[in-house]
Design a protein around this ligand. Structure first.
Ligand code: NAD
Ligand code: ZN
Length: 349
């Protein structure tokens, strides 16, 4: 089968032939429907080093944002039907620590020493015609379109978790939320904010097309430039926002998120760009929280799947054939995508 493999640290992934995987105990093989290209993959092939951990060691097949149809059942698997469509929960934890038993494999207590962080991050992922998945990581899609659903596994699950965790700051009327970075995750974040809160949404990006798409979703847009903070103050009547979500994560965007906040606000850094935040006692606003988040939990992915089936989350995708999978990654690196890139390793059914 064809697969996109991260072969060696600091090298671009390659498209190559790999053997079709066999499901082990407690696993199924999925015929992959859609494999999303996430910006985190860029960190994997551009920034991972032997020092970043046991789970980052190449080679492995990329793809941690996947949907597929059940193709084969492992020896002891029951209650799952061949041909049914599933969304893949990516994180793979130890399965028995307090976080894993709560379905938060993303925060597994043994993450630092586990061989795999997730399907597509250590263990082979879904950027291939077939992949094996532990049954615990399967979230049913019913009759929902699995190709359009692929981005849910990360581009929706991650903002959903971040926004849910910020609900104490956004409950009640007259609240403001700021979304920085309107790519794959940011565009879905706006929809989730609408569905979960009554907050006025302010959205910022450097790309005019991304701002236009956010505006069409009902956000007030502000270009990310030197006037950004002044504009946000004006929109919030001088108070600042109650919660900010930074989907870029460089030092200037973290600083902007902090400076745009009201007293008692929350800044959530989602973007993996390694930006450092600054703080001292004189920093304003008072009582501001700064939080980093990583992905989400299995129960949260069930919520996200329901939101998709109920029309509260609509994904926007541009699709690529398996032969063009590396073109999709190049376009992601060059910030040339106009929607989430989803590779269809088996074409359209
Ligand atoms: P993307 O490439 O689809 O979108 C990034 C957007 O940010 C683009 O619209 C781009 O124009 C905009 N941008 C770039 N620089 C900017 C700046 N200085 N100011 C304002 N906007 C700017 O990326 P994505 O797949 O949506 O991922 C977003 C980030 O979230 C990445 O850093 C990714 O690694 C990270 N991520 C984190 C998690 C997590 O669990 N924490 C999960 C998935 C992705
Ligand atoms: Zn665990």
């Amino acid at each position: 089968m064809k697969a996109v493999v991260f072969e060696e640290y600091n090298t671009f992934p390659v498209l190559k032939d790999m053997p079709k995987p066999q499901p082990g105990s407690g696993e199924v093989t999925l015929k992959v429907a859609g494999a999303g290209c996430c910006h985190s993959d860029v960190s994997v092939f551009q920034e991972y080093t032997p020092e970043t951990g046991t789970h980052t060691k190449p080679p492995f097949i990329l793809g941690h944002e996947t949907t597929g149809w059940v193709d084969e059942l492992g020896p002891d698997v029951q209650g799952i039907k061949k041909g049914d469509a599933y969304l893949v929960y990516g994180p793979t934890g130890c399965g028995h620590c307090p976080h894993c038993v709560a379905g938060q494999e993303n925060y597994c207590s043994s993450a630092a020493t586990n061989e795999s962080l997730a399907l597509g991050l250590g263990r082979n992922g879904g950027m291939a015609e077939y992949m094996t998945v532990p049954v615990r990581n399967l979230v049913p899609l019913g009759d929902a379109d699995p190709i359009g659903a692929a981005p849910l596994a990360d581009a929706a699950l991650t903002p959903y978790h971040a926004i849910k965790a910020s609900m104490p700051h956004l409950g009640g009327g007259g609240k403001y939320a700021l979304v920085i970075g309107l790519g794959g995750l940011g565009q879905i974040a706006i929809q989730i904010l609408h569905a979960l809160t009554g907050a006025t949404i302010i959205a910022t990006d450097t790309k005019p097309e991304a701002l236009a798409k956010a505006e069409a979703k009902g956000a007030i847009t502000v270009p990310s430039d030197e006037n950004e903070l002044k504009e946000i103050r004006k929109i919030t009547h001088g108070e600042g926002v109650n919660a900010a979500f930074d989907f870029v994560g460089i030092a200037p965007t973290i600083a902007a998120a902090q400076a745009a906040g009201a007293a008692g606000s929350r800044v959530t850094v989602v973007g993996i760009a390694g930006g450092k935040a600054e703080y001292d006692w004189y920093s304003k606003p008072w009582e501001q929280e700064l939080m980093g988040v990583y992905w989400g939990s299995i129960p949260e992915l069930y919520d996200v799947a329901n939101m998709y089936r109920n029309g509260q989350i609509q994904t926007e995708i541009e699709t690529y054939s398996m032969d063009d999978a590396l073109v999709a990654y190049h376009n992601l690196v060059d910030n040339k995508l106009s929607a989430r890139a989803v590779v269809l390793p088996n074409g359209r059914p």
